[in-house]
Structure formats: C-alpha cells, structure tokens
Design a protein around this ligand. Structure first.
Ligand SMILES: C[S@@+](CC[C@H](N)C(=O)[O-])C[C@H]1O[C@@H](n2cnc3c(N)ncnc32)[C@H](O)[C@@H]1O
Length: 304
C-alpha cells in the first residue's frame, strides 16, 4: 500500500477551508485526496495518467459522491482536462506510486524481474524501445541528463554491444549489465538506480510534464490559491525552485548583454524560502519519505 508522504505538511500548506475546491494532480492511491476530503467539507478534482489509478478512483467516487471527481490524463494537459473554474489549491506529489514500483509487470523496479516497460500510461515508447532502438550517443545522453550518471557513456556502449547479441527484455537483464560498470558506491545503494531513474524520467517525459503542470497551475489557481509540490529528487526540485523564484520576482535579468527586461509582476508569493523536509519519525516509518522536498506558494493577483 502506498503511504502518502508529508501529509500533515501538505494539509497545512494547502490551508483547507469549507466548500473550497482543490486539484490533486497525482492521485496515485488517493492518499492526499482522502486526507483532504476527510479533513474539510470541500471538493477534490483528481488526476492521474495511470489507468490503474483511474480504477482506484472509482471507490472514491462512490464514497464521496459529488465532492470527488477524477480525470485520467497528464497534469501537463490539466487546463484542457479539468473544468475551468478558479481553484483554491493544487497539490502535486510527483514520481511513481508504490503500486507502480511494487508491481513487477510495470517494469519500474530493478529489484524484481519484469518487462523493461516503465510507462505510466501503459502506452507509447517503453524503456525497452529506448535501450534496443536508440543510438548509443542518445542513450548516453539520456542516462547522463536524466540520471546524472557519470558512467553514462560506458553504460551506453555496453548496452549497444549486448543488444546485438540479445535485445533487452527484462528489468533484471539491464540491471545486471549496469551494476558492474558503476560498481558499489555505498552500502544499500543499488548501482542501477540512476540508469533506471533516467529511463523512467525520459520515457514518461516527467520533467517536461512538471514544467507544463506548474505553468497550468498558475492559470488555474484563483488569487489566494495555494500551490504545493512534493518532489523526490534534485532534478525535479530544481524545476520547482526555479519556477517559483521566477514567478515570485526573484530571478535577475538572465543576461547583462540583453536590454533590461521589464520587471515581472509576481504571480506567486513563496510560503517558505527553503523546501520543507519530512521529520525524523516519518523517515523512520516510511523510507520513501527520505528524499522528499515540499515547496509551496500562494497565487497573487498578477496576470499569468
Ligand atoms: C507519488 S505518486 C502519488 C501518490 C499519492 N499522493 C497518494 O497519496 O497515493 C505519483 C502519481 O502521479 C502520477 N503521475 C506522474 N506523472 C503524472 C502526470 N504527468 N500526469 C498525471 N499523473 C502523473 C503517477 O501515475 C502516480 O500515480
């Protein structure tokens, strides 16, 4: 079962009120949606791109009736998917859910044998398509950019050599190839972690989605609405941090050679300068929380 991360902090920063409407942009197993609906007599519009999350949402519709609605799709397309009313809060909990990780047939985990898949939507380009079909240079770039893996070129070279003999079909096949190339770095850290992360982020265009999702939030939130984003690694957190800095008027002119850009009217006010992290007790009881970062901001009057 998926244990939702930093729920207390999410509820506090969303600052729930009676009759307000919130978007849960990453429904997953519904941990945040349930916490919101149980804590206030309010409405939740939930989204997820995973058809299995859509199935789980059915029981929420029965339980909460008109207080809960669900749309299957990407949060990058949120503006087109959800009713265009002004929302009082939007929460993102980006990344994969426990059912996605724990179900070997989804192919996200290097710990279990499964098809090399990793598609949240169960359609489109799979991780196997990338490693079996892309050019060596492009595979190396993906592993470097999305995994920050310093052995990216050696891994790409080995992938291309091996696939000539036998195309990659399973997660364990790829993990077994990567492990000796990266070598043991620290106890408890699997050397295949960064390569798997890279493929997952690439296959699902997760960073592009996050950028588009944040832009959509700016449009969908009403003045005073709260934006809350929980991220699990630095590439995602950097996108959120840069977006909020820019939108709250904190980014300087990008180049001293360009004429001074007109000052941006801030559309967000930061709630905390620094990201919040989970407390020790939560990290102990839920290891997935270890790398979580929560950033939040309030929508200002400025035009998006
Ligand atoms: C970390 S889980 C969310 C867990 C949720 N807060 C809970 O309590 O169960 C992330 C979820 O977001 C979904 N997701 C990831 N990227 C998405 C996107 N671009 N659009 C919609 N859903 C997305 C995944 O399918 C996954 O179910």
């Amino acid at each position: 079962m998926h244990k939702p991360v930093m729920v207390e902090e999410v509820l506090e920063t969303l600052a729930l009120r009676d009759q307000e409407t919130y978007i849960d942009a990453t429904f997953g197993t519904g941990g945040y949606s349930a916490a919101i609906l149980e804590n206030e007599n309010c409405f939740v519009v939930a989204l997820d791109r995973d058809p299995e999350a859509a199935l789980r949402a059915e029981s929420f519709k029965k339980k909460y009736n008109n207080r809960f609605s669900f749309y299957e799709g990407r949060f990058g397309d949120m503006e087109k998917l959800v009713p265009s009313i002004g929302y009082d809060g939007i929460v993102f909990d980006v990344g994969v859910s426990s059912p996605q990780l724990d179900e070997s047939s989804r192919g996200f985990s290097f710990r279990m044998e499964g098809p090399l898949d990793m598609r949240m939507e169960k359609k489109g380009l799979s991780a196997a398509d990338v490693v079996n079909g892309f050019e060596e240079k492009e595979i190396a770039r993906i592993i470097w950019v999305y995994g920050e893996e310093r052995r990216s070129r050696a891994i790409a070279r080995a992938i291309v050599a091996q696939r000539k003999e036998h195309p990659f079909e399973t997660t364990t096949q790829l993990a077994a190839l990567v492990r000796p190339i990266v070598g043991v770095e620290r106890p408890g850290f699997d050397p295949a972690t960064r390569t798997f992360q890279a493929l997952r982020l690439y296959v699902n265009d997760e960073l592009g989605e996050l950028e588009r999702g944040l832009e959509a939030s700016e449009k969908l939130l009403k003045t005073g609405g709260r934006l809350v984003v929980v991220c699990f690694h630095s590439l995602e957190d950097r996108i959120v941090k840069t977006f909020l800095k820019k939108k709250s008027g904190g980014l300087a002119n990008p180049s001293r050679y360009l004429p001074e850009a007109p000052p941006l009217v801030p559309t967000f006010q930061l709630k905390n300068r620094k990201a919040l992290s989970p407390g020790d007790a939560e990290i102990k009881s839920n290891p997935r929380a270890r790398s979580a970062h929560l950033r939040s901001a309030i929508r200002m009057e400025g035009k998006s």
